[in-house]
Design a protein around this ligand. Structure first.
Ligand code: AMP
Ligand code: MG
Length: 442
């Protein structure tokens, strides 16, 4: 690795920018949702077992409930025969008792008859219905599931802050809860700006390009657990950008724009339109790609909120059950203004917007997974910037190959990548075989 020493200049570090973002975002107020609707959401309460799991002693197998001494002598050569005095199926709620010297036919999951000491699996028997011949002895507790053997009453089964996956949902259901408090799915509105942009699927003339950012960012937001709305393309005109953004605020927990924030002056209309608000900071971040970044909050226009209280309520509370947000004042919607080059927009989303989406759900597990891998080829990186180079990671071999075509417009290269190779600010070149930090793309 070759290092370089450079003055920091006016660039902000990636960490400083991310810290400001995470310091600004408030988690969405929790809401109670039924179990069928919570997959992928973040739990906002500890879910404890209201009673023991399983709730009653039951059989682990299809077989015969017995007392130990009645089968103690049973073997392949000297089978024991017992009368079968009853049959208990899963779901039977009647109270049975097992008289000494008898057996009760029992199914998996059925409540154990009082006095049962073991269950003899049907495979060790002749499967008889009036009388059963048993060819093996059973130890105390054989094929018995005791009440509380899985979880004790009051035990926390799933903790607040867990992103609910199928296994968590199973536990919550098994504990009898039909609804739980979760953070609502963040609603992200994605808006791409640029007079050069056209809808994919429509013809273009030289000078125009198809909009890829808004589809990409909306998909990335969904991948991060959001509901994403993609807005139509906004042309580079100062009178169009502010109203287009403000129109969308009522349905956004987070806004993301792309384009119009570089240093090019009057054509950078997003910057021009939002700078006047004073609540959004535009800065250069010491990274490549993705140097021009904007982040801040934008208020839902008070007039709109008053005239349309139903919309205002809808904004933060799609299910009508959320608790009031802490602190008064107009609703503030966080907004990212990402650079327009597709690779820059993509990297900026993964590095900054994904953790922010986590923060909206009081969840800190949305950062990209980081691994170490050996470079299969040398690479270069500008001094003073943290590079996020597109690469192909081979996890099983612990190797990563930098792709050729690292320009921030090179979306075709992005389409081949499954990882970002992180080159620290002070490293300007790395050799084949060097160990690099690699972020695994979701
Ligand atoms: P800007 O940040 O607006 O200066 O745009 C930088 C570069 O990204 C220009 O080449 C734009 O044409 C391109 N670009 C901006 N928005 C998009 C988009 N939505 N899809 C594809 N390319 C874009
Ligand atoms: Mg532009």
């Amino acid at each position: 690795m070759t290092h370089a020493h450079v003055a920091e200049g006016e660039l902000s570090s990636v960490e400083a920018h991310l810290a400001e973002i995470l310091g600004t975002i408030r988690p969405l107020p929790p809401t109670e949702l039924s179990l069928g609707d919570v997959h992928g959401l973040v739990l906002a309460e500890d879910v404890a077992a209201s009673g023991p799991l399983p709730p009653f002693d039951n059989s682990a197998m299809d077989g015969y409930a017995v007392r130990i001494e009645d089968v103690a002598a049973a073997s392949e050569e000297n089978p024991v025969t017992l009368p079968v005095v009853a049959e208990v199926a899963a779901g039977d709620t009647g109270a049975y008792a097992l008289p000494a010297g008898t057996s009760i036919r029992i199914m998996t999951g059925a409540m154990l008859p009082h006095g049962t000491e073991a269950v003899v699996p049907v495979e060790w028997t002749d499967g008889g219905t009036a009388r059963v011949t048993i060819r093996g002895k059973a130890d105390y507790g054989n094929a018995v599931r005791l009440a509380g053997g899985d979880a004790k009453a009051g035990e926390v089964l799933v903790s607040a802050g867990t992103r609910l996956r199928p296994m968590h949902i199973a536990v919550i259901a098994a504990a009898g809860r039909g609804a739980v408090r979760v953070r609502p799915r963040p609603r992200v509105v994605v808006l791409s700006t640029g007079s050069e942009l056209a809808e994919p699927g429509t013809p273009i003339v030289p000078g125009r390009i198809w909009d890829s950012n808004s589809f990409m960012i909306a998909a990335a937001a969904r991948e991060a657990g959001c509901l994403a709305y993609r807005q139509a393309i906004v042309p580079d005109h100062p009178d169009e950008v502010r109203p287009a953004i403000e129109d969308q605020l009522v349905r956004a927990d987070l806004m993301i724009t792309t384009g119009g924030v570089s240093m090019g002056g009057e054509h950078d209309v997003v910057k021009a339109a939002l700078q006047q608000l004073g609540t959004i900071r535009f800065r250069k971040v010491a990274m490549q790609p993705g140097m021009p970044q904007g982040f801040g909050t934008i208020a839902v226009a008070p007039a709109a909120a008053q005239e349309e209280p139903h919309r205002r309520r809808f904004r933060r509370d799609p299910y009508g059950t959320a608790e009031p947000a802490e602190g008064a004042g107009p609703e503030q919607v966080p907004i990212f203004t990402l650079p327009g080059n597709p690779v820059s927009a993509y990297v900026s989303f993964q590095v900054f917007a994904r953790p922010a989406i986590g923060a909206l759900q009081a969840y800190d597990g949305l950062g990209l997974e980081s691994v170490q891998a050996g470079l299969t080829a040398p690479l270069r990186s500008p001094p003073g910037r943290r590079s996020f180079l597109r690469g192909v990671l081979d996890r099983s071999r612990g190797r990563v190959t930098p792709l050729t075509g690292q320009g921030s417009h090179q979306v075709a290269t992005l389409g081949k990548a499954n990882a970002l190779i992180v080159v620290p600010e002070w490293v300007v070149q790395m050799a084949e075989g060097d160990a690099a930090e690699v972020l695994v793309l979701p």
